[in-house]
Design a protein around this ligand. Structure first.
Ligand SMILES: *Cc1c(COP(=O)(O)O)cnc(C)c1O
Length: 346
């Protein structure tokens, strides 16, 4: 059966014809020499959007996060992070392997931490303890179901960090979605943190690429480590052009993804046995549980796939859906009808 609706992730988007045209026409040079005008333009654009002095183009969100962690820490340092966060769970153990840091995990509410929790986790200055150095936040929070970090919470955490001499890295793979949903400019989120990573290849629909932004001094360190990690690219303007196109054309439309996600959540809520909190669907990610239906997430995934709809099981009875550029309003109705049919067939 031909797959026509892919709700597994917003990473599955394919470049549009107009984006491919921008890529084909991109002016390029050797970016390891700093001579690719398109990469330079993208880096300036992102630094400006985030209100930071500089930014650096890197191949993936994982590399962006790990370069930030590497640049902020020494081996043996402790990094305070949420237990279901991306850098702790889904980056292959890179924090330990590449930076030698120890993660101190705290349980958030839908991935969101309170300053008081963080304050309690900061180690006293004593030779027995690791040195607490960095706090990592994630906005929107992937496993938190696309939850938005309230900007006031980031501000409070930032004031705490400054008081205690700690740095903050924000994993902003989907910061675009937070900003689109709240209308709070990206720079208002970014101004409270020392570094921020953003992905072009999620909801924005570019095929490849992420950036790390921060002070000039920080980005110089990130640049050095990018070379060390093997992330220096040559005529990268071809892919940077897709990023520029995405920023110019695909930010506004993120609201449509959020509307589709809400519609999907409300529809799922009407299916007997589906446990979901539509009010928690703030952006483009939907989490739900089907334990009441007696069906497993893997069986549901298989049955949906037979009918051309791809979904992502994230637990025995939990499923994640993500809306994006290549999912239309009509696709949402098609998927909902299929969910109804499959969940009630058994
Ligand atoms: C996707 C994602 C990343 C980075 O993913 P890559 O696949 O390495 O580009 C980082 N953080 C979050 C929250 C993500 O969802």
């Amino acid at each position: 059966m031909k797959v026509h609706i892919d709700l597994r992730s917003d990473t599955v988007t394919k470049p549009t014809p107009a984006m491919r045209k921008a890529m084909a026409e991109a002016e390029v040079g050797d970016d390891v020499y700093g001579e690719d005008p398109t990469v330079n333009a993208l880096q300036e654009k992102i630094a400006q959007l985030l209100g930071k002095e500089a930014s650096l183009f890197v191949p993936s969100g994982t590399m962006a996060n790990q370069l930030a962690i590497k640049s902020h820490t020494q081996p043996g340092d402790e990094v305070i992070i949420e237990a279901s966060s991306h850098p702790f769970n889904f980056e292959g153990g890179a924090g330990a392997a590449l930076s030698g840091v120890q993660f101190h995990c705290l349980e958030g509410r839908r991935g969101i931490l309170d300053a008081s929790q963080i304050e309690e986790a900061i180690r006293p200055l004593d030779h027995h303890f690791p040195v607490t150095r960095l706090i990592c936040l994630e906005n929107t929070h992937n496993r938190g179901g696309g939850a938005i970090y309230p900007v006031e919470k980031i501000e409070t955490i930032s004031r705490l960090a400054r008081d205690r001499g700690l740095l903050i890295h924000l994993d902003g793979a989907r910061l675009w979605n937070a900003s689109a949903a709240t209308r709070i400019p990206l720079c208002e989120y970014a101004k409270w943190v020392d570094s921020v990573s953003v992905c072009l290849s999620k909801g924005l629909g570019a095929p490849i690429g992420s950036l790390v932004a921060g002070s000039k001094i920080l980005i110089d360190r990130v640049h050095r480590f990018r070379k060390m990690f093997g992330g220096g690219m040559r005529q990268a303007g071809i892919i940077a052009a897709a990023g520029i196109y995405a920023i110019d054309h695909h930010i506004e439309r993120l609201k449509e993804d959020h509307k589709n996600a809400k519609r999907l959540a409300l529809g799922l809520n009407e299916i007997r046995g589906v446990s979901i909190h539509p009010e928690n669907v703030e952006t483009n990610i939907i989490l739900f549980d089907i334990s009441q239906t007696g069906m497993t997430a893997s069986l549901l995934t298989e049955e949906m796939k037979k009918n051309g709809v791809l979904i992502h099981p994230i637990g025995k009875t939990q499923v994640r859906l993500v809306t994006h550029l290549d999912v239309t309003e009509e696709d949402i109705e098609t998927a909902l009808n299929l969910f109804k049919e499959v969940l009630h067939r058994k």
